[in-house]
Design a protein around this ligand. Structure first.
Ligand SMILES: Nc1nc2c(ncn2[C@@H]2O[C@H](COP(=O)(O)OP(=O)(O)O)[C@@H](O)[C@H]2O)c(=O)[nH]1
Ligand SMILES: [Mg+2]
Length: 232
């Protein structure tokens, strides 16, 4: 092989990271139901899952901010819909965790009604990310929730969380079971992502997916150079 070729092939690949840069992430409000949600025309992306699935950790990972969403030692404490404006471009919505056993059935039903009101009624909601724990086989409660999303015509993707906690083979096995269950029930998520808040796995994939759904910024027209000839 001529030297020039080896030079080409051994040269370092460019290290350009194309992941969306998080320039700003601000808490903009919270609500218990649709009526209380802050008005916004920005595209919204909501994150939901059972308590302790790793939602707050994932939100902090995505937003590049360790304290944005509170990582809870007490599962099920967050009963509010929280809004975070990212890069003045889109809104990340942290929905309360479902399926928490320490609240009464009546409380859970009221809460489900409030969250479902947001999910079905929020006009700028672009997509729901349903979080599932990759350490577990797909659970009926999760599948029922996903089925409900699909029946309501709400676009959704699935994120398998905490992939660092199990061996790759186990994660793959659970992913396979999930894909099979989705097929059996005729459920069609936009994507299935695998994430870990610990290793940052999946961060770029989720952010790039969101970026692809944002309105394109108008390209600057090729600026004409200012004619300075008159000054001479
Ligand atoms: N190893 C590991 N632990 C995680 C990950 N995500 C969350 N956790 C832990 O799981 C627990 C629940 O996380 P949290 O983000 O509060 O879950 P939430 O209740 O769904 O908001 C905490 O102890 C986290 O430190 C992850 O990706 N890897
Ligand atoms: Mg949380």
């Amino acid at each position: 092989m001529p030297d020039s070729f080896s030079a080409v092939f051994t040269s370092e690949a460019p290290t350009t990271d194309t992941t969306m840069k998080i320039i700003s992430a601000q808490f903009t409000g919270c609500a218990t139901d649709l009526e209380g949600c802050p008005p916004s025309s920005l595209p919204e992306f909501a994150f939901v899952g059972r308590s302790n699935v790793g939602k707050s950790s994932l939100i902090n990972l995505l937003a590049d901010s360790s304290g944005l969403a509170k990582i809870s030692g007490t599962p099920g404490k967050t009963r509010l819909i929280n809004f975070f404006r990212i890069n003045d471009q889109w809104t990340l919505v942290d929905l309360p965790g479902y399926g928490f056993a320490k609240v009464s059935k009546a409380q859970q039903a009221a809460f489900n009604e409030q969250v479902s009101g947001y999910l079905t009624g929020r006009e700028n909601l672009k997509q729901v990310f349903a979080l599932l724990d990759s350490q577990l086989e797909p659970l009926d409660t999760d599948l029922a929730f996903i089925d409900w999303l699909q029946q309501c015509g709400i676009p959704y993707s699935i994120i398998l969380t905490k992939t660092d906690r199990s061996a790759d083979a186990k994660v793959q096995n659970h992913e396979g079971q999930l894909l099979q269950a989705l097929e059996d029930y005729g459920l069609n998520p936009n994507e299935v992502f695998k994430c870990s808040a610990k290793t940052k796995r999946g961060r770029g994939a989720v952010l790039n997916w969101i970026e692809g759904r944002l309105p394109k910024k108008p390209k600057k027209k090729a600026g004409k150079s200012i004619q300075l000839g008159w000054m001479r």
